[in-house]
Design a protein around this ligand. Structure first.
Ligand SMILES: [Zn+2]
Length: 222
């Protein structure tokens, strides 16, 4: 069920008071329009008449039963806090027994809005983020000296290729990188072979760190 509440917000720039509908839970089956708003970057984003725009720092639980996907989004930029939140959500889900409902689901924990939108798009394209995180790392490592200044996100999947957007913060540039679909299929098969599960049994954080630990642990298999 999609759940929201009204919040009164004071604009940090001009002090104007306005109301914002803050969504705590979005269930795609009941509210496809809310999903469209989320993908358009309109959910929980505060817009002031003065032009100020900011994310209201509140968690969102996103459920897509058709795609068997649940994403728990808790805005957080601090890495230590992020890990703490991740442990908390795992513990409370284990305690409540709710994981049993989600035995054939993918459960994801994310801390940035962009990551939330990226995951939705990935599963909408019938792709898996575990494979894509590995490919993203391989794309970035083509120019390993520039890795610290670059970020790679999933763009789209069309015809025989998957397109990634590589943002370079130092050069102030966005590059596109296309990877053949066969690469995806090969990596997926290799991950399956090495024991990676494509269903969750608990919340998972699937990010660059996940991919690099996979590559570190399985040297020479990819
Ligand atoms: Zn304002």
């Amino acid at each position: 069920m999609s759940i929201s509440e009204k919040q009164t917000i004071k604009c940090p720039a001009c002090g104007e008071i306005s109301d914002l509908t803050v969504w705590e839970s979005i269930t795609v089956g009941d509210s496809p329009d809310l999903k469209a708003d989320l993908l358009a970057g309109k959910i929980n984003i505060f817009h002031c008449a003065c032009g100020q725009k900011a994310l209201f720092p509140s968690p969102i639980l996103y459920t897509d039963d058709e795609k068997r996907l649940v994403i728990s989004f808790s805005p957080q930029t601090d890495n230590a806090e992020k890990l703490k939140l991740f442990e908390e959500i795992k513990k409370s889900s284990e305690k409540s027994g709710e994981l049993e409902i989600y035995t054939d689901y993918n459960l994801r924990f994310v801390t940035s809005y962009n990551e939330l939108l990226e995951k939705i798009l990935i599963f909408d394209n019938n792709l898996d983020d575990k494979v894509l995180e590995v490919i993203k790392l391989l794309v970035l490592s083509q120019e390993s000296d520039k890795m610290p200044q670059r970020a790679c996100i999933f763009g789209k999947c069309d015809g025989g290729a998957i397109e990634f957007l590589v943002t370079d913060s130092k050069e102030n540039q966005v590059y596109t990188s296309r990877v053949p679909r066969e690469t995806y299929d090969t990596i997926e098969a290799q991950l399956r072979q090495s024991g990676v599960k494509f269903k969750s049994f608990n919340w998972e954080m699937i990010d660059a760190e996940f991919a690099s630990s996979l590559l570190r642990g399985r040297n020479n298999t990819l």
